[in-house]
Design a protein around this ligand. Structure first.
Ligand SMILES: CC(C)(COP(=O)(O)OP(=O)(O)OC[C@H]1O[C@@H](n2cnc3c(N)ncnc32)[C@H](O)[C@@H]1OP(=O)(O)O)[C@@H](O)C(=O)NCCC(=O)NCCS
Length: 275
């Protein structure tokens, strides 16, 4: 799709001059759409590890479908709780979790990374507010109204239990919080800095939408490493051996780098909340 192709032709792309992490010998395609191209040049197609980042607009149906496909391939089969509950083997559970993705995309605060024309990763983000006394959170309402399959309910319950291990709103100094809900990269684009870039851009976006903090549940040591590098504070750590789906724990079903989850918060400095 975008990997190294022997004898690849040269293709024209618009470049910004910002080098990106993990691709030191390359230049990045502009992170935001440029009003005017800064310059035109050619690079070998084999060098297309340049990443283009785009905010996913609330009403961009085409981008929403692309994000759903990235999640279907990059997140649902591999993320530890989804993997343990075999979401990808249950089309109805898959559909319900993709409905959750679409519901979050409607907030317009998600971010996607492209390599060339292909969307290869997405951070599906949701604005969360503290429910009123006696009221229900977004997750609770989704769980009750739209999650019927055991695998869907397991994943949502897992997320709710991790979230409940700390008072995120108190830690953040109030609401709203931007929750980095699903971070997924298609397997063939792994380990190229896409996940880190998505997380960085999510924090940047959070600064511009007046939230108090970015929260995340790192369910893999890989995403945990990204959070640590970017300065997320780790609030709690939960062992995956304490969560079971149909008699098998997440820890048993998951890979060695997926044995625990970390609830993490990136608190934004007060001055950046009022941009
Ligand atoms: C977790 C995930 C988003 C990481 O995305 P990615 O684009 O591969 O990650 P990056 O290239 O930005 O790597 C960031 C760091 O993660 C770690 N990492 C990522 N992939 C790794 C691998 N295969 N082996 C070892 N470390 C890895 C490394 O510390 C890496 O930094 P480094 O390359 O400087 O050592 C991706 O693997 C994924 O989609 N996994 C399935 C879904 C999932 O579990 N999502 C996380 C839920 S919170």
């Amino acid at each position: 799709m975008f990997g190294r192709r022997p004898g690849a032709e040269h293709v024209a792309v618009t470049l910004s001059l910002t080098p990106i992490s993990r691709c030191p010998s390359h230049l990045a395609v502009s992170a935001v759409p440029l009003a005017r191209p800064s310059r035109q040049t050619t690079v070998p197609a084999e060098d297309m590890c340049a990443l283009r980042v785009q905010r996913v607009a609330a009403d961009d149906a085409k981008a929403h479908e692309a994000v759903a496909e990235v999640m279907r391939r990059g997140f649902l089969p591999h993320e530890s709780a989804c993997h343990a509950s075999r979401v990808s083997q249950d089309p109805d559970a898959e559909r319900e979790l993709l409905d959750l993705v679409r519901a979050a995309l409607a907030d317009g605060v998600s971010v996607a990374v492209y390599i060339g024309d292909d969307m290869v990763g997405a951070a599906v983000n949701k604005i969360q507010v503290r429910p009123p006394p006696g009221g229900k959170s977004f997750f609770e309402r989704f769980y009750e109204e739209r999650a019927s399959r055991p695998a869907t309910r397991f994943v949502l319950d897992f997320m709710a239990k991790i979230d409940a291990q700390a008072d995120l709103f108190a830690e953040a100094g109030g609401d709203p919080i931007l929750e980095l809900m699903f971070l997924g990269v298609v397997p063939e684009a792994g380990r190229r800095g896409v996940g880190q870039r998505l997380t960085e851009e999510t924090v940047q976006l959070a600064r511009s939408v007046r939230v108090k903090a970015v929260s995340a549940i790192w369910t893999s040591d890989y995403s945990r490493a990204i959070g640590a590098r970017l300065g997320f504070k780790e609030l709690t750590v939960a062992d995956h051996s304490t969560f079971s789906f149909e008699g098998t724990t997440i820890a048993q079903a998951a890979a060695p780098h997926q044995q625990r989850s970390v609830l993490a918060l990136f608190k934004l400095p007060a001055e950046s909340r009022n941009l």
